[in-house]
Design a protein around this ligand. Structure first.
Ligand code: PLP
Length: 386
């Protein structure tokens, strides 16, 4: 891969990119085409049909590989389509050990789709790696890690899980959506595959739905490419262009997200109307040490509870913001607020969700890159209404 020795911020802009061969366009052209001319049967310029390959998608696939320090990248129509592709490497009877407080859509895909096809799932808390070890057996084929988790911001020790995974001859996949490669590079911590919902920070502007995979093992990459082409859940050239454009500003966006995240986390912790604040940058976070080791900074995702604990107060607060927008999703330049109990986790029974910390007054923030003072006064105004 070209430009391999660059540092992260430069790779986000140049990694895997070549200037356009036809007219020298600096930006990758959007090859909005389904098919490609052949001079004689089989004589083409590397592309035959856009499900199998498209130059704009390939530019993006090389970019994600470059910033995850990987050899291969694959792009899909959504994060879930990327996950679906990974799981299709398994056979009935194979077992998966997965993080228990998983992104809701991933849980639904595992439980309601792949379990019916005979894949066996163990959903376990991974804060202590021994718990993972205790579920390993001869059928363990895949370990699925999400860190930091949603919405409790638990941290999982990727290196420790990678050791367990290697010993079990399993494939370790890390959903790196919350951290982004700016904060952590799972392949360098021992993971085999890294997965992204590029809908979030990589796209960064809440204007596209997309999934990405990155990995360095050629055999695994060939299997995944086969499934990508076979099942066909690819993304289009326009969306590829948008995410490629998003990645170019990932480093500067993340820098500001992290600065704002730290300010807001401390602001909330000191606020009299706030109960607990969940953010891995706090020294009293249960896995702060691991976060400090495996991440370059602590990010801008956080959750907090209200001191009153009341549902009606919570609804009032989340409905009263002027800068934060009440919406699902995360990772865009604009600040978003979510209420897990009634939004993302509404389908989880109250008793179940409260066991993992998703109480009625839990509020999740995706802190954007606006002025931090505007964000603090917005939070303060809303909190002081109760
Ligand atoms: C959003 C999300 C997904 C699913 O991605 P889509 O692009 O919505 O399909 C998976 N994992 C995490 C952590 C997410 O936030």
């Amino acid at each position: 891969m070209a430009k391999k020795n660059l540092k992260f911020d430069s790779l986000a802009i140049h990694g895997g990119q070549e200037s356009d061969k036809a007219y020298g366009a600096v930006m990758p052209p959007i090859y909005q085409t389904s098919t490609y001319v052949q001079a004689s049967p089989g004589d083409h310029k590397g592309y035959e049909y856009s499900r199998s390959g498209n130059p704009t998608r390939h530019a993006l696939e090389k970019s994600i590989a470059a910033i995850e320090d990987a050899q291969f990248g694959l792009a899909f129509g959504s994060g879930l389509a990327a996950i679906d592709c990974v799981l299709k490497m398994l056979k009935p009877g194979d077992e998966v050990i997965s993080t228990n407080d998983l992104y809701g859509g991933t849980y639904r895909l595992f439980k309601n789709m792949f379990e019916t096809f005979g894949i066996i799932f163990h959903f376990v808390p991974m804060g202590a790696p021994e718990t993972v070890q205790s579920h390993v057996n001869a059928n363990t084929k895949l370990i699925w890690v999400e860190t930091p988790t949603n919405p409790m911001l638990n941290i999982i020790d990727v290196e420790a899980i990678a050791e367990i995974s290697k010993a079990a001859d399993a494939i370790l996949v890390v959903d790196n959506t919350f951290a982004t490669p700016y904060l952590q590079q799972p392949l360098n911590l021992g993971a085999d595959i890294v997965m992204h919902s590029a809908t979030k920070y990589l796209g960064g502007h809440s204007d596209v739905v997309m999934g990405l995979l990155a990995l360095s093992d050629k055999t695994l990459a060939e299997k995944l490419y086969f499934i990508q082409n076979c099942s066909g859940a690819i993304c289009g050239p326009m969306d590829s262009f948008l995410v490629l454009r998003g990645i170019k500003t990932l480093a500067v966006r993340m820098q500001r997200h992290c600065e704002n995240g730290e300010i807001i986390a401390h602001f909330l912790k000191a606020h009299p109307k706030v109960g607990k604040v969940y953010w891995p940058g706090f020294e009293d976070h249960p896995n702060h040490e691991i976060a400090a080791q495996q991440m370059n900074d602590f990010g801008a995702m956080m959750s907090f509870t209200l001191a009153s604990g009341k549902l009606e107060d919570t609804i009032k607060v989340v409905s009263s913001f002027e800068v934060f927008t009440l919406a699902e999703s995360l990772g865009g330049v604009e600040s978003l607020v979510g209420h897990p109990a009634t939004m993302t986790h509404a389908s989880v029974p109250k008793e179940e969700r409260e066991k993992t910390g998703v109480v009625d007054s839990l509020i999740r923030l995706s802190v954007g890159i606006e002025d931090a003072e505007d964000l603090m006064s917005d939070l303060d105004n809303a909190l002081n209404l109760i």
